[in-house]
Write a protein that binds this ligand. Structure first.
Ligand SMILES: C[S@@+](CC[C@H](N)C(=O)[O-])C[C@H]1O[C@@H](n2cnc3c(N)ncnc32)[C@H](O)[C@@H]1O
Length: 299
């Protein structure tokens, strides 16, 4: 299946004001947003894209031959190694996974197919999630399932994993999915019982939320005055990090110091909770959980 870029017109509409400016796509994926930025900017404009995934880098190198475009194989929490402070007119984040991740069984993201239990965006570094699942203690399993999957059944799932791995190590996506299904209540109807656990393990092994927090802080330094940061999130954990990162900072003083609190407002939220239209959702089911927020850097 192809990857359909989510909220494409809306995000590029906010992102590109100065058509001869410098832009950064932090999550290239299959280049849906990058290609649209390149189609919108002038010959003087430029676009750099980042992605952690070697397959995305290969795709970019093969599919975009444009002197205004550069692709970098790094995590977006390293964007400050490429740009100077206040040098970018627009920064885009389209978070999470691409449809292509789920289509390729060998990547281990999907519980619908059997594949090695890997789940890393960058498979050239670190270790597959199976290594951690087979060796960590039960408490850490519970914590990850609660924290990153908001999985109510975390304790039973962690226990079942620990029992099962004593018999044989858990190496495939379907082994893990079967263990989760075996301890799930029959009440689950809407979503597959393994959905939240797979999300939790993916977020954990890729250090997704910490890297997002770091990248947003760095983006705030790199964006020019008047420039915009556009973020498309796919679940509430990501969205709250985005919302909190741009909250107005209030520095309060102890009562005995007669100074009013200092309010620092660096960014204005110019669009909050933008969601895909019903038309987009009917064409691309994956877009249904998307939420977009847009922040403009104030003088
Ligand atoms: C939803 S896809 C982006 C899709 C893209 N906008 C498009 O239209 O094709 C998210 C991409 O972000 C990448 N990614 C996830 N975390 C990352 C990180 N910390 N640094 C860089 N890329 C990351 C994933 O590998 C994936 O390719």
């Amino acid at each position: 299946m192809l990857h359909f870029p989510v909220l494409l017109e809306e995000s590029i509409g906010f992102l590109v004001d100065n058509k001869s400016g410098s832009f950064l796509d932090c999550t290239f994926g299959r280049g849906g947003h990058s290609k649209s930025i390149l189609n919108t900017i002038t010959d003087q404009g430029e676009l750099t894209a980042f992605d952690k995934d070697p397959d995305a880098i290969e795709y970019a190198n093969n599919s975009i031959k444009d002197p205004r475009f550069k692709i970098i194989h790094k995590s977006f929490n390293e964007i400050d190694s490429t740009f100077k402070a206040r040098s970018l007119d627009g920064i885009l984040f389209d978070l999470g996974t691409c449809s292509t991740h789920f289509d390729d069984k060998s990547r281990g993201f999907s519980f619908q197919d059997t594949g090695p239990l890997d789940m890393r965006f960058n498979f050239n570094t670190g270790y597959p999630v199976s290594e951690w699942i087979n060796t960590t203690n039960e408490k850490d399993l519970v914590d990850v399932l609660f924290k990153y999957g908001q999985e109510k059944n975390a304790r039973s799932i962690a226990k079942a994993i620990c029992i099962s791995r004593k018999e044989s190590s858990i190496e495939t996506t379907s082994q893990l999915a079967d263990i989760i299904v075996s301890v799930s209540s029959k009440k689950y109807t809407k979503i597959h019982p393994a959905t939240k656990s797979f999300q939790a393990f993916r977020i954990f092994i890729n250090n997704e939320l910490e890297e997002l927090e770091q990248a947003l802080e760095k983006s705030k330094q790199l964006i020019k005055i008047g420039g915009k940061i556009v973020v498309i999130s796919f679940h509430s954990l990501e969205d709250s990090i985005v919302k909190n990162s741009f909250k107005t900072k209030i520095q309060a003083f102890p009562k005995e110091i007669p100074i009013n609190p200092i309010i620092t407002k660096e960014f204005k939220c110019i669009a909050r909770k933008i969601r895909p239209s019903s038309d987009e959702i009917s064409k691309n089911k994956r877009s249904r959980s998307a939420i977009m927020r847009v922040f403009k850097k104030l003088p």
